[in-house]
Design a protein around this ligand. Sequence first.
Ligand code: SF4
Length: 443
Amino acid sequence: MPPRAPRIGFASLGCPKALVDSERILTQLRAEGYETAAQYADADLVVVNTCGFITAAVEESLETIGEALAENGKVIVTGCLGAQPEKILARHPNVLAISGPQAYESVVGAVHAHLPPVHDPFLDLLPPQGVKLTPRHYAYLKISEGCNHRCTFCIIPSMRGDLVSREIADVLREAERLAKAGVRELLVISQDTSAYGVDLRHASGEWGGRSRKASFEGLAEALGELGIWIRLHYVYPYPHVDRVIPLMAEGRVLPYLDIPFQHASTRVLRRMKRPASSANTLERIRRWRADLPDLTLRSTFIVGFPGETDDDFEELLDWLGEAQLDRVGCFPYSPVEGAAANALAGAVPEELKQERHARFMERAAQISAKRLAEKKGRKLRVLVDAVEGDFAIARSEADAPEIDGIVRIRGGAKLPVGEFADVVVTGADTYDLEAKLAPKVRG
Ligand code: SF4
């Protein structure tokens, strides 16, 4: 009897970027013959991938470590909070090892030290798509680490360092592997997707028998050849972003842009030190929509940033009304330990922040409801995520998983999960659509 494979429990906290880190670590461990355990108690050791972005995430990470220690006892910590080991050790001195973000080798090294692998060259086969924590049919594709900007509310550059892009051939090979393994949608993520390749001086790489440029457009164009949904997240509105609009119009990349605008008042944007803050974004949006009427725009905003006046906030509301963004997230500003914005004068009282947040979300909800209502009667291609009772739960090109809306398909119980379907929109509420199956075209 071969010895039992060592089992790892894994807790992954934080943003989709952290999820990709977790996938990489699991991919490596799985390749070495480790198995994963769904419960802490069934694992021989637990890895906790932490988040340290805001105070609440730090607390959640510390609690998860405590839970893993109580239920299992052998815990290795990695991820963003691992960049501040003193915080972890003050609460949990018994963890086995701590490493920071993207420290795959350290995590795997720590696992080897505390739970040596059992080698079996015949059993240790790496599934072609790696080990996904996301459903099989979509995957996050992380193209770079770190960020060259220094937004005053953000501590990511101090935790993750400057932008380091993955080589283009490496990214494209991974994307191709995922597509071949059945992934139908790739979500391209990084801190600053439109800056991809800048640090590599756009060095080319070979993929699919051709030379490919390590640039935002080069990457989007090559990914568009895979024949699956390509969704671009965290794109800043630099001028060269305009060049992906034709790829979207040709159906090679989803007509979807996730642009974290954060605010509309130039004064606030300057205090935030946001990239591309001086661009006339309304004009750009108008042009994009003229060329591509089906473009979905998603964004996030911060209200109540230090120094934000009533006028700044009204400007933001007016801007939102003009921009008619499809999908919007908004956070009342909360100081992050170590962020430069903490030194800015003009703190906005908590009550006012909450009031602005509520007003902003109300406006955003009206826009969303109106734009979704306009889709009634339209035929859409959707990707089925799940089946619940008589309904299939799917997403259209306009819906990223987890953060956007859904399309509920009445009578869709028989639709295969992870496959595309064609539907006709029958109804809409504030954020979601309802649909029925489109009649099959004979031919
Ligand atoms: S662009 Fe700004 S908010 Fe985004 S990671 Fe960089 S510094 Fe942080």
